[in-house]
Design a protein around this ligand. Structure first.
Ligand code: XMP
Length: 530
């Protein structure tokens, strides 16, 4: 189901806060902060149906910021009947301004955006802000990002904080649980921002705070048990975090009725197959069936002569489906297909359906497979953010090293070998990548960067190794710092580390004559080279 309506309230999701999204870049952060406070939260578009909103049992609502102006024609309005639900409402930035206009306050546009750190002065008493630890002058460091601002509070509201440039930086109703903040408590630059969300979610909305990793895991196992009954499930296990956590979770739910299919497509990292086989070998904690399919030659044959990145993605995706389908036929009686879809995928595909997302790269998935194979789909991580998936994985006993691995694209090394994929390029790249990651780990940098890898550039360059001339290919090293992978900057690794990796790569891999370090940011460059 796309995130256009709330999901049915059940179990630990029954105490929930809804976040109405007006298009802010920080909306997902709001949802995560609320969950960190121990309360389940869900993001809905501002066009959400009023009736759906009324029946989903939300304990409170948060109105996000957004890029539009409340004064502009056609800017998104508040969902109808919002304030009749009788639950607390917190408006952030655009959300506060929309609330102010709704109740007859004044909002003024501005040609200049205020963006960056600021200090608010809190004027007590405030039900939302009074518990914060303020400076001697009642100050709190916050993060601002706005053009418009509220210039006159609506009747019944009082101003609870101000800054030099935004005299109404926070407001709240005298008797109703309606609050507005011009700043962004979800951004880490706002001091005690997490406390503001905790105060709202727990004290003001009255939630118990029982959305914790232990209970999420228990609940997900129980729900999977109930849905699957005595059916048999298949899972395409890639060795990445999401499918690994699904495997651990479903193994607890259905045991040996789970069959994981791991496809060695020849585009994996060094030792990846052995690592997956040993992490998922049946043990006391894990009872599942693991089928490894060696399909290297089939992938290489299909990729021969294919050079265009999107064409390569299609070939890899389709070949995966063919191999998986063939293997599945040998598994008797499978009725379910499990997938590691997580909440940001759900939000992004819903945004895509609303026409907001622009596809730069098609990401590899197995869409279409369940219908073709007449399988029912189960996605136990569909409501979870990545950090929650990791927490659940830890609770289920998966190794920390596996859970903290950098993301690896579905098409694997296929999009890290520029142009045509050849087996000998994949072998050399695997070695170069392993050397780079080994050096990163040794220097304690692996966990300090979001993603790091080597790229194979099949252009010839002259080098000299020992006394001999070498006319061979080039390896690029890439390491980035990013939180959301939407934007990224090149990691400022110590030069000695890059030098050490470079020297080892050229000395240990005879088909490489040169190593370069990629210093581009995203945008304009993407993280992967293809
Ligand atoms: P880009 O290259 O778009 O990458 O800046 C952003 C993140 O997405 C990963 N990525 C992929 N993941 N299939 C995937 O499953 C793909 O085709 C794909 N392309 C990029 C990339 O590794 C980075 O984490």
């Amino acid at each position: 189901m796309p995130a256009s309506g709330p999901i049915a309230a059940a179990g630990i999701q029954s105490q929930r806060l809804l976040i109405i999204d007006f298009g802010s870049q920080y909306t997902q952060l709001i949802a995560r902060r609320v969950r960190e406070a121990g309360v389940y939260s869900e993001i809905l578009p501002s066009t959400v149906d009023a009736a759906a909103l009324a029946t989903c049992g939300a304990r409170g609502l948060i109105l996000s910021g957004g890029p539009e102006s409340v004064a502009a024609e056609g800017g998104p309005g508040l969902p109808e009947g919002l304030f009749d639900l009788g639950v607390p409402v917190l408006g952030i930035c655009y959300g506060m301004q929309a609330m102010a206009v709704h109740f007859g306050g004044g909002v003024a546009g501005s040609s200049k955006r205020e963006f960056g750190p600021a200090e608010i002065k809190v004027h007590g008493p405030s039900r939302l802000l009074s518990e914060l630890k303020l400076s001697a002058s009642d100050g709190l460091a916050v993060w601002m990002s706005h053009g418009d601002k509220v210039v006159a509070p609506p009747p019944g509201f009082r101003v609870t904080a101000s800054t030099g440039s935004a005299p109404i930086a926070a407001m709240e109703h005298a008797t109703q649980p309606w609050f507005g903040l011009q700043f962004h408590p979800e951004v880490t630059h706002t001091e005690q921002g997490a406390d503001i969300y905790r105060r709202f979610a727990l004290d003001i909305c009255g939630c118990d705070g029982d959305w914790t990793a232990d209970r999420i895991a228990e609940d997900a196992i129980e729900q999977a048990k109930q849905r699957i009954g005595d059916g048999r499930v298949m899972l395409g296990l890639s060795g990445g975090v999401d499918s690994s956590v699904v495997a651990a979770l479903l193994s607890r739910a259905v045991g040996e009725r789970l069959t994981c299919v791991f496809v060695d497509n020849g585009l994996l990292r060094k030792n990846e197959r052995q690592e997956v086989e040993s992490a998922f070998a049946p043990s006391n904690a894990l009872s599942l069936q693991l089928v490894t399919v060696d399909a290297k030659d089939e992938f290489y044959a299909k990729l021969a002569g294919v050079t265009e990145p999107e064409a390569k993605r299609r070939v890899i995706g389709n070949t995966f489906i063919e191999v998986f389908e063939r293997t599945a036929k040998e598994i008797e009686g499978a009725a379910w297909l499990a997938q590691g879809t997580i909440y940001p995928d759900v939000i992004e595909s819903a945004a895509g359906a609303h026409g907001k997302a622009h596809v730069i790269k098609s990401h590899h998935n197995v869409g279409g497979l369940p219908e073709r194979m007449a399988l029912k789909l189960i996605e136990p991580l569909r409501d979870l953010f990545k950090d929650e998936v990791r927490q659940v994985g830890l609770r289920l006993g998966l190794p920390e090293a596996l859970l903290n691995r950098h993301p690896f694209p579905g098409p694997g090394l296929g999009v890290r070998i520029l142009g045509e994929v050849r087996p000998e390029y994949a072998d050399a790249l695997r070695e170069a990548d392993a050397i780079f990651l080994e050096e990163l780990r040794a220097a304690d940098y692996y966990d300090r960067v979001a993603q790091a890898f080597a790229v194979y550039l099949p252009v010839k360059s002259v080098g000299v190794v020992g006394d001999a001339r070498r006319y061979e290919h080039v390896i690029a090293l890439r390491a980035v710092e990013t939180v959301d992978f939407m934007t990224a900057r090149c990691a400022r690794l110590p030069f000695e580390l890059i030098e050490r990796a470079s020297s080892r790569i050229v000395n240990e891999i005879p088909t490489v004559s040169r190593v370069v370090y990629d210093v581009s940011s995203k945008p304009p460059a993407t993280i992967e080279w293809e």
